[in-house]
Design a protein around this ligand. Structure first.
Ligand code: 3PG
Length: 229
């Protein structure tokens, strides 16, 4: 009997893997209307911030890899904050994937994609929410099994009207618009059929994080949680 060529078996395994990961991404995108995008460099402050976000109703937290101690902050949230779903943001390089997994990331976010990053993400069990801004990028990611995407930078790339225009020809995709999203425009995105949640830094302002101002962060998170449509 002829056996399937290894390449095909590998592709089928990758496809099944991606289907499972897309289900995980969908669950975390539906956990709350906003995924906080945070820049933090002090693990103790990261824990205070994450507890406040979770208390305010925002469990999925994207810790951007933009500070020297971002991985330590991610690890501290993963091990110390009950109820948090910690993720790593600004993942640009294949080598970062193993590092964020070790730190406890349950999802990864990238501002865009590269073939090398996507190949490495295929080999990882951790789901990736990749950034897109054009129909061609969306279609290319669709060919690799992605259905859940970050739309970035949302406001500059065309905002809610642009995403609405994509929903008719590309109805199978669901987005997390990020970049320039705030309390004043989040509802415009969340009202769209192809948007499950938005991402934004406004719920964890750097000054409040620096000051360890849990009350201010929890208040912002609670307001954002109320955006549910
Ligand atoms: C980012 O990557 O910085 C995010 O898109 C957050 O953007 P914002 O600061 O405009 O919310």
């Amino acid at each position: 009997m002829l056996s399937k060529p290894p390449g095909l078996v590998y592709q089928i395994r990758m496809r099944q893997n991606q289907t499972a990961k897309q289900q995980q991404v969908e669950a975390l995108m539906c956990a709350a209307p906003v995924i906080p995008v945070v820049i933090v460099d002090d693990p103790a402050k990261a824990v205070i911030m994450a507890r406040a976000l979770v208390a305010g109703g925002l469990p999925a937290i994207e810790v951007t890899l933009r500070t020297p101690r971002a991985l330590e902050c991610l690890a501290a949230i993963a091990s110390e904050v009950e109820g948090a779903i910690p993720g790593a943001g600004t993942v640009l390089e294949p080598a970062q994937i193993e590092a964020v997994e070790k730190a406890g990331a349950r999802f990864m976010v990238s501002p865009g994609t590269s073939p090398r990053l996507l190949d490495a993400a295929d080999d990882s069990a951790t789901p990736l929410l990749p950034g897109t801004a054009t129909a061609s990028e969306i279609m290319t990611l669709g060919e690799r099994g992605y259905r859940h995407l970050k739309f970035f930078p949302a406001s500059l790339a065309g905002g809610a009207p642009y995403l609405k225009a994509l929903s008719s020809p590309l109805p199978q995709f669901r987005f997390c618009p990020t970049g320039g999203v705030s309390m004043s425009n989040a509802r415009d995105y969340l009202a769209l059929p192809n948007v499950l949640c938005v991402g934004g830094s406004w719920v964890a302002p750097v000054d409040a994080v620096e000051a360890g101002d849990a009350a201010a962060i929890e208040k912002l998170a609670r307001e954002a949680c109320g955006l549910k449509v």
